[in-house]
Design a binder for this molecule. Structure first.
Ligand code: R2B
Ligand code: URA
Length: 311
């Protein structure tokens, strides 16, 4: 793949009706589009005025963390907002939180595939209604590592399912549809470069296992139920490692699938909180976990700053 620093997006458009990010003929027939879970809409809000300059979207599970990310970016880019002056744009709903600082939008997505999937549908439509072009999307978050030191940041090459297949399977009207889950390679390489420049923590490229459960879905022995043995668990995690998996989380598959379907350049950057070959419980102190969780933010911040300062 040819690598361009300026624009890792393949597609660009300026016309909302012809926005390449969406692919749904019914949208053009609608008089109004209500983005219900954002509490935003095409009739109630001037989405172009509010979001037309967005170039980077960073999504993550926790509302609190996305607010902290927006405040961090504000400082890093010297955007000059006072800390308390970055409002939650989705304040009238408690489903998702959204913060905007300059060209950067930070949105929380909750836990798991269904939650992030709803958010991404509305985000992709929002970007089209706002006539945004050349947008890059990041998912930052936490994960369980496999065979890596806790605190290692994993940039996802490809998200794999429980059988280590590189696709996301969706049940649509009783039929299974599979979408590829390979993520943008150039963006991943740029983030690895940023990590080298920061020189503060280890960052690796790896496959990410995406599950729909934290306990049995991730072969833990500490859930409320467990019908398998410690040996079964270790064999499974070992086979994941041999398949190239370096971390496990719960949203990357649909994130990758929807980036590919929309043509948005996307990447997943997750810190590992523990090594699953050593245990299941997350027992590090709040202080250590807090510092780990700043790592994906720093990496994405470094990338955004590089592009922002070039312009
Ligand atoms: C990582 O951490 C969460 C579970 O604790 C989940 O949202 C994920 O992907
Ligand atoms: N998030 C996960 O999904 N799994 C872990 O083990 C840690 C964080």
């Amino acid at each position: 793949m040819a690598c361009s620093n300026k624009d890792p997006c393949k597609k660009e458009t300026t016309c909302p009706e012809k926005c390449d990010y969406v692919s749904n003929p019914y949208l053009a027939t609608m008089k109004e589009d209500i983005l219900y879970h954002f509490d935003l809409g095409t009739k109630t809000h001037d989405l172009h005025a509010m979001f037309g300059d967005v170039k980077f979207v960073c999504v993550g599970g926790s509302a609190w963390r996305m607010k902290a990310f927006a405040q961090y970016i504000n400082e890093l880019l010297g955007l000059g907002c006072s800390k308390d002056d970055i409002p939650n744009i989705c304040a009238h709903t408690d489903r998702f939180s959204m913060y905007k600082v300059g060209p950067v939008l930070a949105i929380s997505h909750g836990m798991g595939i269904p939650s992030i999937s709803i958010m991404l549908h509305e985000l992709i439509k929002l970007l089209c209604h706002a006539r945004c072009t050349g947008v890059v999307v990041f998912r930052i978050g936490t994960s369980g590592g496999i065979g890596v030191q806790p605190g290692t940041v994993v940039v996802t090459k490809v998200s794999v399912d429980a059988c280590f297949k590189p696709h996301f399977e969706q049940n649509v009207m009783g039929m299974i549809v599979a979408y590829p889950t390979v993520l943008n390679e150039c963006l991943a390489q740029e983030l690895l470069k940023c990590s080298k420049e920061l020189n503060q923590f280890e960052t690796i490229l790896g496959c990410t296992l995406c599950t729909s459960d934290f306990y049995e879905g991730q072969a833990r022995l500490d859930g409320a139920f467990c019908n398998y043995t410690a040996e079964d668990k270790m064999m499974y995690l070992q086979s994941a490692y041999e398949a190239g998996v370096r971390n496990i989380e719960m949203e990357s598959s649909v994130f990758a699938a929807m980036c590919n379907r929309s043509g948005l350049a996307g990447t997943v950057v997750c810190v590992t909180l523990l090594d699953r070959l050593q245990g299941d419980q997350i027992s590090s102190s709040h202080e250590v976990l807090g510092e780990y969780q700043e790592r994906p933010q720093k990496l994405v911040g470094c990338y955004i700053k590089k592009i922002f300062c070039k312009k």
